[in-house]
Design a protein around this ligand. Structure first.
Ligand SMILES: N[C@@H](CCC(=O)N[C@@H](CS)C(=O)NCC(=O)O)C(=O)O
Length: 211
């Protein structure tokens, strides 16, 4: 398998965590989204939406959308799992992951920030904070109902896979996490796990050496 992604992309980071959790090796091909490489003709053939990540699997099939990739990994490599066995808790884990993937991340995306800054002539960092902080406060309320050591019970799930990169991104934009103590505690639990450590943005080959 080959993963096309950017070290700083939270959606790519989700897939890296899942691959590492399931002990799957992939070749990584960096796609520099600040340089616009996701809009090259070669990349658009893999994902016409011009988003990373893309996972290339056997037979030259390209999968995009990080949560669709997580679902495919869970179906094809179920052990160790990233979803609880109880159907309601599975739905809760997916709900929390989707809250981030559909309700928060699209509003902070690089192309959105560039539009806010260069076309609307507004403060893109204030824009990000405006949407991300209430999104995380809502997630905190959901997580309080389901959490153990992790977001849903005592094992990592899709929810944690999304929470870790999202909190890292939030800090880069000075989002106030004071009202999200559960999310911060869960992030600390995840940070102790080797799979989450290997997947960290700063440890990727395309990350700047200084970070
Ligand atoms: N819903 C997609 C979102 C993917 C996405 O937005 N990726 C960002 C990086 S985190 C991207 O490629 N942005 C390109 C741009 O803003 O031009 C997923 O979960 O994979």
């Amino acid at each position: 398998m080959k993963l096309y992604g950017d070290w700083r992309s939270s959606a790519t980071w989700r897939v890296r965590i899942a691959l590492a959790w399931k002990n799957l090796d992939v070749d990584v091909t960096p796609v520099d989204i600040l340089a616009g490489q996701q809009r090259s003709g070669a990349f658009l053939e893999k994902n016409p939406m011009a988003h990373v990540p893309v996972l290339e699997i056997d037979g030259g099939v390209h999968l995009a959308e990080s949560l669709a990739i997580l679902e495919w990994l869970e179906e094809t490599h179920p052990s160790p799992p990233l979803l609880p066995s109880d159907p309601i808790l599975r739905a809760k884990a997916r709900q929390q992951a989707l809250l981030i993937a559909s309700g928060i991340q699209p509003l902070q995306n690089t192309k959105v920030q560039i539009h806010v800054r260069d076309v609307l002539h507004a403060d893109e960092r204030a824009w990000v904070r405006h949407f991300v902080e209430p999104g995380l406060v809502a997630l905190e309320a959901l997580v309080r109902e389901t959490r153990g050591k992790f977001a849903v019970g005592d094992a990592p799930s899709f929810a944690d896979v999304c929470i870790v990169p999202q909190l890292h991104h939030a800090r880069r934009f000075d989002v106030d996490l004071a009202r999200c103590p559960s999310l911060v505690a869960i992030e600390a639990e995840c940070a102790a796990l080797p799979a989450f450590q290997r997947a960290h943005a700063d440890r990727q080959p395309d990350a700047p050496r200084s970070t």
